[in-house]
Design a protein around this ligand. Structure first.
Ligand SMILES: [Zn+2]
Ligand SMILES: [Zn+2]
Length: 426
């Protein structure tokens, strides 16, 4: 092949023939490449790497992308990759995969079990990486044929579990020029072949709060001459969640729950310090942004009433992931096109977090759930040492992402949709 179109893939087998039906094109591609993609996943699975140390994973990705004629860019810290497919100028859709593993020992007895003691891909990020790579390889081939109605950006993000690798992608300009973004996460509750979608919040924010209270301390006989710190702390612990529930829209599901409180050592002495620690979960991005300031002002008014000094340390986790309705519809349309009938289902809201929420603060997009359970088989939970997937989810994920990208690109202005693609989506 002598074509110099961006995304040309000299090393991949040239397509047998141009077939106007996307489903047939995908089926032919996956017939040829599924075993290789499963091998790629197993290699990552055997060599899990924690956030910001994913050097080997990054190297493997760069190799594969370069082989396909693409020009991957490694992020400044040396892990994570951004890679564009297709020409600049048109609409751009991004696909995100997280590439990091967890500090959990692999308990599985399989030939592809982790070879690194204490580490495993127990959140399925090896699958996410493989699925986005597979979709990228197919789309690069489409680009080479002039069948990509815009540009696709692959985002292989480090350190999702840390969390915060999404911020590194943003800092590296990963979303510059991107109109929409999509990502899939393994869902062991759904069977292979199913896609879970949800409009609005799908994962929650989870922050940590640390309250410290100080007073002069003194004898319990004379609370009026000092500051009754234990009483004040008890008021703070009960009043703060109550006041928050009346100051924030209940639809945001913002909740402050304490996990620890501590003050004092004997029955007849008022202590001079105490603490309370808890978590804040929230499903609404605006409420999440307002939460620290609001909590600080409520804390000071409660503490002021009892003449104690109180300080709040508010440690941010990730924002909620709030799916855009139009993008969710694109996921659904894509699922309906490439999956069997009735396989697009509603995903439940999760109070777990994913730093995908950072992307959706800047541009519209959607985060979907990829079914990974063998029909009728056992359900392995995420973040457990025995977590595994039915690997037939890999071609399914590739199909969903390819169809979603093409759906999104075709609906963005200036896509210049080739007519045969329109036909294939009819
Ligand atoms: Zn996880
Ligand atoms: Zn995860």
């Amino acid at each position: 092949m002598t074509q110099t179109h961006p995304g040309v893939m000299p090393s991949l087998d040239p397509p047998v023939e141009e077939d106007p039906d996307l489903r047939k094109q995908l089926a032919a591609f996956l017939d040829q490449h599924t075993d290789d993609l499963i091998g790629f996943r197993r290699d990552l699975h055997m060599h899990p790497e924690l956030g910001f140390t994913e050097f080997r994973t990054t190297e493997r990705l760069v190799e594969r992308l370069k082989e396909a004629g693409l020009e991957p860019r490694v992020l400044p810290k040396g892990t994570g990759v951004i890679c564009d497919i297709g020409s600049e100028g048109g609409p751009t859709v991004a696909l995100r995969a997280d590439i990091d593993a967890l500090p959990l020992p692999d308990e599985k007895d399989v030939p592809y079990a982790s070879t690194i003691p204490g580490l495993s891909h127990a959140c399925g990020h090896d699958v996410h990486t493989t699925v986005v790579l597979g979709a990228g390889l197919f789309l690069a081939r489409q680009a080479a044929l002039g069948l990509l109605p815009g540009r696709v950006r692959l985002l292989f993000q480090p350190a999702e579990e840390n969390p915060g690798g999404a911020l590194d992608i943003l800092a590296a300009g990963g979303l510059v020029g991107v109109n929409r973004i999509f990502g899939l996460h393994c869902e062991p509750k759904f069977e292979v072949g199913q896609l879970g979608v949800r409009t609005g919040p799908i994962t929650a924010a989870c922050d940590k709060v640390y309250v410290k209270v100080n007073g002069p301390g003194g004898h319990t006989a004379r609370p009026h001459l000092t500051a009754d710190l234990v009483y004040a702390l008890a008021k703070i612990v009960t009043e703060l969640p109550a006041a928050l529930s009346r100051r924030v829209d209940p639809r945001s599901s913002l909740s402050l729950v304490w996990g620890r409180m501590n003050a004092g050592s004997v029955a007849n002495a008022i202590p001079d310090q105490g603490l309370a620690e808890g978590t804040v979960r929230c499903l609404d991005d605006e409420a999440w942004h307002r939460a620290p300031e609001l909590m600080r002002s409520l804390l000071h008014s409660v503490a002021g009433a009892y003449d104690v000094e109180a300080s709040l340390e508010y440690v941010r986790g990730v924002p909620p992931t709030v799916n855009d309705q139009v993008s969710v519809q694109m996921f659904k349309d894509a699922g309906d096109l490439v999956l069997e009938t009735d396989k697009v289902v509603t995903a439940p809201q999760s109070l777990g977090g994913d730093d995908f929420g950072y992307y959706l603060e800047s541009i519209p997009g959607a985060y979907g759930r990829l079914g990974v359970r063998t029909p009728g088989g056992p359900e392995y939970d995420l973040h457990r040492g025995d977590f595994d997937v039915d690997e037939s989810c890999i071609p399914v994920g590739v199909k969903i992402l390819v169809a979603t990208v093409l759906t999104a690109l075709c609906e963005l202005p200036g896509s210049g949709v080739p007519t045969d693609l329109e036909d294939s989506r009819a």
